[in-house]
Every structure is written in C-alpha cells, then in structure tokens.
Design a protein around this ligand. Sequence first.
Ligand SMILES: Cc1cc2nc3c(=O)[nH]c(=O)nc-3n(C[C@H](O)[C@H](O)[C@H](O)COP(=O)(O)OP(=O)(O)OC[C@H]3O[C@@H](n4cnc5c(N)ncnc54)[C@H](O)[C@@H]3O)c2cc1C
Ligand code: HEM
Length: 401
Amino acid sequence: MISANTIKIVKSTAPVLAEHGEAITRAFYKRLFIRHPEMKNIFNMTHQETGTQPQVLAKAIFMYAQYIDQLEVLGGAVETIAQKHVSLSITPEMYPIIGENLLAGMGEVLGAAATPEIVTAWAEAYDALANILIGREEDLYVDREKSEGGFRGHKDFVVTKKVVESAVITSFYLQCKDGSTIPTFQPGQYLALTFTIPNTTHCYTRNYSLSDCNCKDYFRISVKRETGTPDGVVSNFLHDQVEVGAVLSVGMPSGEFVLKVEDKPVVLIAGGVGITPLMSMYKNLAQQTDRQVTMVQCALNSQARAFEKEIEAGKRAGVKAILLYDQPLDTDVLGTDYDQKGYLDLATLSAIPNLKDSAIYFCGPKAFMANTLSLLNTLEVAEEAIHYEFFGPAEALEGVN
Ligand SMILES: Cc1cc2nc3c(=O)[nH]c(=O)nc-3n(C[C@H](O)[C@H](O)[C@H](O)COP(=O)(O)OP(=O)(O)OC[C@H]3O[C@@H](n4cnc5c(N)ncnc54)[C@H](O)[C@@H]3O)c2cc1C
Ligand code: HEM
C-alpha cells in the first residue's frame, strides 16, 4: 500500500514531470549506461539516439504520477510493459538498478526542487510500481515456462532455413539447438533476439514478430533490411552474415497484439514489413477457422512485396486479399498485378464487407498507422474492434501526420 502522504506528494509532482519528464529520463539513461554498460546489451540504443524510448518512459512515469491513486487506469499500459520486459528476459534484480538511476536523474534535473521529501515519496512510489510489474512478469514467466516447449530467459536456436521474400525482406527459420520442440505462441506475438556482432562493443537486442502459422515445428521471423544513415545494425547483419547453421539467442514469445478467439470477421491491414504479425494471423485464420478474412496489403511495389504465394495459398471461400502499391513499377499492371494505386483510403476501406462488425488488426510504419486509424475513426469503427502494434516503443497515433 502506498501511503496517503506519498500519493499526495507524487501527484503534486505531475506538472513538473510533464514539463521535465523527458529531460529526467534522458539524464537517467545517460547515468545508467555509464554505470551499467551491460544494460546496452538489452536496451535498443537506436531508440535512445532517436529519443523514442526516453519519451515513452517519461510518459509512462508521468501517467503513473497522475493516476497513482487510480492504478486501474494504467492496466493496459502495465500489460504492454510487462509483455515487453518478459520478451527481453528482464529480472527482478534489475529493478533497483533502474530505480536508483531514475531517482538520481530526477535529482540531477530538478536540483533543489527535488526535496528529500519528494525523493523519498518517489522511491516508495517506484518500488510500488516495480512490484506491480515484477508480479505480473513473474506470472507471465511461470505461464510460459509451464507451456509446451516453454523455458525462462533466452535459449539457443539454430537457423535452419533462410528465404528471400522480396528485395528487402528475408525470412529466418529457427529451431531449438537442443532439439526440443519450440514453445507455443499466439499469432501476432514477437520474440526478442540478442545478437553478438563481430567488432562491436556490446550485444544488440531486437524484437521480431513471428510471421508463420503457430502450427509449425519452427519459429519464423521475417526481417526488412533497414537502410539509412547509418544503416540498421541488426537487420543488415541478419541479411548479410547470418546463414543456415548460425546460432541465435532467443527469448520466449510475448506480446498482447494477438488474434482474439471470437466469431467476428477479421480485417488485417499491413503496411510494408508490418505484415509479419498479420501473416501469422492470416495463416492461422485461413487454415484453422472458417472466419471471413480480408487481408489488405500495402507495399511500395512488386519488388518490395513479400508473401505473395502464401497469401494466394491461404485463399478459400470467405478469404479475400486486396493489394495496394504506392510506387508501382512500370511493369506492375493495375487491375492485373495489383488492385489500387496510392495509399489506403476511405473508399477501399468502406467497401470491405462487414467492416463495422469486424475485428481489425493493423501494423506498419507510423504514418501508415496514423492514416489507417484516422480512416477507421472517420468510418466510426468501434474503438474496441481496433487493434494495432508499433515496431518500436508504443506511442500515441493521434496527431501524427
Ligand atoms: C514488437 C516489435 C516487432 C517487430 N517486428 C519486426 C519484424 O517482424 N520485421 C522487421 O523487419 N522488424 C521488426 N521490428 C523492428 C526491429 O526490432 C528493428 O527495430 C529493425 O530490424 C531495425 O533494427 P536495426 O538494428 O537493423 O536498425 P537500427 O540500427 O536500430 O536502426 C534503425 C533505423 O534508425 C536509423 N538510425 C540509426 N541511428 C540513428 C540516429 N542516430 N539518428 C537517426 N536515425 C538513426 C537507421 O538508419 C535505421 O533506419 C519489430 C519491432 C518491435 C518492437
Ligand atoms: C517501474 C519500472 C519500469 C517502468 C515504468 C518501465 C517502463 C517501460 C516502458 C513504458 C517501456 C516501453 C514499452 C513499449 O511500449 O514497448 C519499457 C521498455 C523497456 N524496458 Fe522498462 N520499465 C521499468 C523497468 C525496467 C527494468 C528494471 C528494466 C531492466 C533493464 C527495463 C528494461 C526495458 C527495456 C530494455 C525496454 C525496451 C526498450 C527499447 O526497446 O528501447 N525496464 N519499459
């Protein structure tokens, strides 16, 4: 139980956190990685450089301060964080390290405003939040360990097949190195893999969604080669240097962006490599249920498009696929090779049969997701029917251009 006095003090700091939250979390991460460089093996350092992780953590802490007396409001956020932590094999012993550096970051940014009274109240509040997360994470660890093929922490897997799916996406098939069966998972879930890359100073951990049906004896991940300045570290390593026989360190499947078992029709809307969790849902739906399914695939063009054959193979009565290219090649013929040019729009979405009675799942780049959510809102699709996932720290979609 958090004391009434602590609640009062923590709530009174909410406006300060709204103003300085990001500066505090930046100071926290800076301290953390200096004092505990081993944490670089777990955190995605690109999210640090681009600022997305400090923003998301600041927002989570600010929300916590605001709702410390109504923790039920935070239920959804707690689950998202716990699922992410479990994928990464976070342990209870790591919590005091994070807490100590977070409080020190607070002191560093707020200076004299961080009175001993405030610091003590936040220490109590942090412990309470940590205990909620540790409790939920332990439940998830135990559940997963008990499930078929389950384990705790990371385990060695061998790459048994590598398949080029498009000019930019390549799949990796993974099986347990010790020969045991792979754990069960729900369509839509992801893995965390930790990579040791030659000539680098720390390991790299990344999440990848499971892209195949959950009825196979392997995990499959499908990875887009990220290019830019600089090029993506792990995706290029996977494409260029990870071959059949390579051993990778893999955590248990996690995530709450999962296909719900219900009778409704399903609409899957994929942007680029965001198709991966939706492919797993599509293959399960096509093979294991008679639910009505519409797969809307948005890709650049035929070179970038992945999974053409698998989408075709999944077609049965009640399964339909719509293909959009926003930069078709001269050889891509509208009406024959693809269904629509440009981005997803109201006309295409509203033409989907039973859209408003469907469960809708979407995933893709941020601008694609913001557009999709805004279209669904315009069409007055019920909030409870809409499910989406980010390939990065969860952010708000409203107001994104
Ligand atoms: C739940 C979840 C599921 C995911 N599923 C998939 C999946 O199925 N398939 C898939 O391909 N990916 C997936 N991802 C994304 C994946 O985890 C990686 O983020 C992605 O592969 C890029 O990693 P990387 O190491 O190659 O790139 P990074 O090295 O992390 O770089 C990423 C991008 O940031 C840019 N960048 C790097 N440093 C900077 C900087 N200092 N300033 C500005 N920009 C910079 C790079 O140019 C690059 O474009 C998923 C992510 C999550 C969270
Ligand atoms: C009360 C304590 C904590 C809170 C409130 C918290 C909050 C969060 C949040 C909001 C996210 C983003 C989730 C998402 O949207 O994907 C996250 C991710 C993460 N957390 Fe925590 N966390 C806490 C403790 C810890 C601890 C103890 C560790 C151990 C090292 C840890 C490691 C991570 C990592 C590695 C990620 C993924 C970061 C990334 O992808 O860049 N967290 N956490």
